[in-house]
Design a protein around this ligand. Structure first.
Ligand code: AHM
Ligand code: MG
Length: 334
């Protein structure tokens, strides 16, 4: 029997990868892990409690918030506040960035951007949901952090991860030195290393896109979908189509099995639907660290300029060869 490595132990062991670090990033990751367990407990109880339904408020994107979104947002913020390593939180659920103005946090070095509960419309129907997080070092030296601290390019992330609340709950993260996955063992209440050094196959046979919007897609995307559907023995086509409506679940599956996830611009969403800062960038960092690639159809996601907290982007992400091929088809029509 191999010895169990908990998330806490692993984070401490890996601190040696950052010889000049003083343990702040490790503590920050540990704080996120603690909040994830609390959110997991509530997500698991969702069907039992009178917690479903709209909280009654509308977020900046004009979407109604579910109560569990609000709960998850509060839990992560509270863990980050009490941990003291994070000075600014950017969240899908908050219109503005939140500067943590407490004695222990005001000069903290890190910024956290997050989608506390992504795919939350799936909660009502017991389909997997997820949390996505992205971590940056602040640029300003001290005092109140600025908008510039919050609006950093994806390439400047120091860590990113996601939690999938699925048939089992997993936390997957990178600090820029590969990707590792931990499965929550409910009997001991610990995330345990279950997927060391995760890599995504270079080629895949799954495509994930909301084909219901087909008529509203750009021609390059239509061409790629048709390519996926055409029979060809040599390339093992037609590919399989899988789409849950939870980005974390779709990407997690594609990371393990190989595949591409696409949310392009559409006639209704001319800049795409997904948010660059706390959905596309962290997922792009993780997938690239696993050997895959992420693009907006024309440019690497991690190099895109960030001008707004809730900026949207198209995304093509997953197995490197699939994303490159989709990019080629986008070029045909640009
Ligand atoms: P949300 O942040 O409001 O939950 O929206 C993000 C989700 C993604 O998880 C998912 O891939 C996408 O929205 C699904 O959108 P659609 O229903 O338009 O296909
Ligand atoms: Mg989201």
């Amino acid at each position: 029997m191999t010895a169990l490595t908990t998330l806490g132990q692993f984070i401490i062991e890996k601190q040696a990868d950052f010889p000049y670090a003083k343990g702040e990033l490790s503590r920050l990751l540990r704080d996120i892990g603690i909040a994830a367990k609390i959110v997991n407990r509530e997500v698991n109880k969702a069907g039992l409690m009178d917690i479903l339904g709209d909280a009654g408020s509308i977020n900046i994107q004009g979407e109604s918030q579910k109560k569990l979104d609000v709960f998850a947002n509060e839990q992560f913020i509270s863990a980050l506040k009490s941990g003291g390593e994070c000075c600014v939180v950017v969240s899908e659920e908050n219109d503005e960035y939140l500067y943590i103005d407490s004695e222990i946090s005001k000069d903290a070095k890190y910024i956290v951007a997050m989608d506390p509960l992504d795919g939350s419309s799936n909660i009502d129907v017991n389909v997997s949901v997820g949390t996505i997080f992205s971590i940056f070092r602040r640029k300003s030296k001290a005092g109140e952090a600025t908008m510039e601290d919050a609006l950093q390019k994806g390439i400047d992330q120091v860590a990113a991860g996601y939690i999938i609340y699925g048939s089992s709950t997993m936390l997957v993260y990178t600090t820029g030195k590969g990707v590792n996955g931990f499965t929550l063992d409910p009997s001991i209440g610990e995330f345990c290393l279950s997927h060391p050094n995760m890599t995504i196959p270079e080629d895949g046979y799954i495509y994930s896109i909301n084909e219901g919007y087909y008529t509203h897609f750009p021609d390059g995307v239509k061409k790629y979908i048709k390519y996926c559907q055409v029979e060809d023995v040599a390339t093992q086509r037609p590919y399989t189509s899988r789409y849950t409506g939870s980005m974390v679940a779709d990407l997690h599956r594609n990371m393990i099995k190989g595949g591409i996830f696409i949310y392009p611009i559409t006639a209704q969403a001319p800049n795409g639907k997904l948010r660059l800062v706390y959905e596309c960038n962290p997922m792009a960092f993780i997938i690239e660290q696993a050997g895959g690639f992420a693009s907006n159809g024309y440019q690497r996601i991690l190099t895109l300029d960030v001008t707004e907290l809730h900026q949207r982007s198209a995304i093509f992400i997953g197995s490197a060869n699939m994303v490159k091929q989709a990019e080629e088809m986008m070029k045909c029509f640009s």
